[in-house]
Design a protein around this ligand. Sequence first.
Ligand code: MRU
Length: 401
Amino acid sequence: MNAASANKNRVIVDPASIPVSLRWLGDSSGQLELLDQTLLPTQQRWIVCHTVDLLIEAIQSLRVRGAPAIGIAGAYGVAVAAAEARRDKLLPPAARAHVQARAEQLAAARPTAVNLRWAVQRTVAVLGQLSASDSQDVMCTQLLAEARAIHEEDRRLCTAICRYGADALVAILSATSATGLLTHCNTGALATGGAGTALGAITTAWQRGERFEVFVDETRPLFQGSRLTAWELAQHSIPVTVLVDSAAGQLLQSGRIAACIVGADRITACGDVANKIGTYSLALLAAAHGVPFFVAAPSSTFDLSIASGNCIPIEQRSPQEVLSPLGVPAAPAGTQAYNPAFDITPAHLIRAIITEHGMIEPVNGQSVAAVLKVGFKVGFKAGLKAGPAVLSESQLNEQIV
Ligand code: MRU
């Protein structure tokens, strides 16, 4: 690769241009703030989570949402729990018991995205490195440091995923006359600690100068596509077309879509993917029309303890979200609703999974293990240029602008 094309493939993202979904202000006496995503796109309001109860409410009502973002929120939540213990002047053994109990409540706040439990467990594990004589101040500082590390890591993982994802999308677009990309739900900066995953790949390809049409499923019943993804694309000045979820088949049939790309909430050892409800239907439609279907996700979204998708717990949400979407009654009183938040897309419907380590393709147990555990490069047939399969710390850092 010559210097010019190497530069073109660098991710050039102005951090100031990326919306932020959550932040911790100050030191361990500071505060966790969330951009309330239930109010977007009409209002941008930050809420302060002084207590774990407030944070759990925010996670469950989707004020903060998206697998990586709720993981980061959960990690900061452990620091909030430590601050609660310090406020209540609990002595060290009681303070640790309090943090552990609150951590378990946080981890259980939503069941499907594995990032939440993973990040909470990683943060709370720091307690095991403290000595019995360490003060509550030390505990608070150390837990916050771990949460910040998880947040920063996710930002860097997003950068790498955006780069690989943009490579894949550009390769696909150059190999077909179709000019559209179709995505589902919201997988951008709002859903992560960085520039996003699937949506980040789209915005990165655009920032490289590639031009295409972006189609977004509105993503019923909570409209993460039309409220959040369309809003993020507008922040990047990228034109967007929203469609009702049930129009996806007709759009794919029209031949305008070069590729579908979505995120993930949990990926099993064999490559089955849990993601926002409607992802499975979209993958079936893409397969029926010969359109490549990509999933983009960090390694923190993989759950190698689960062999196949039917073992993933699926969150069931309130019938009101279906019967009264956005608070507007849409069914007669007394109607029941079926409202699973996620579905499972089997590995065989997925062209490739894009991770911070590179592409997993074909998607099966061997290739998942190879990329995640061994770091062996599984090549991308459509032309991803050879790069390191597993990015070292310095290589990841080098990609951050
Ligand atoms: O219910 P949500 O809005 O949290 O669901 C989010 C999704 O399904 C996303 O696609 C997934 O978490 C990936 S976010 C990078």
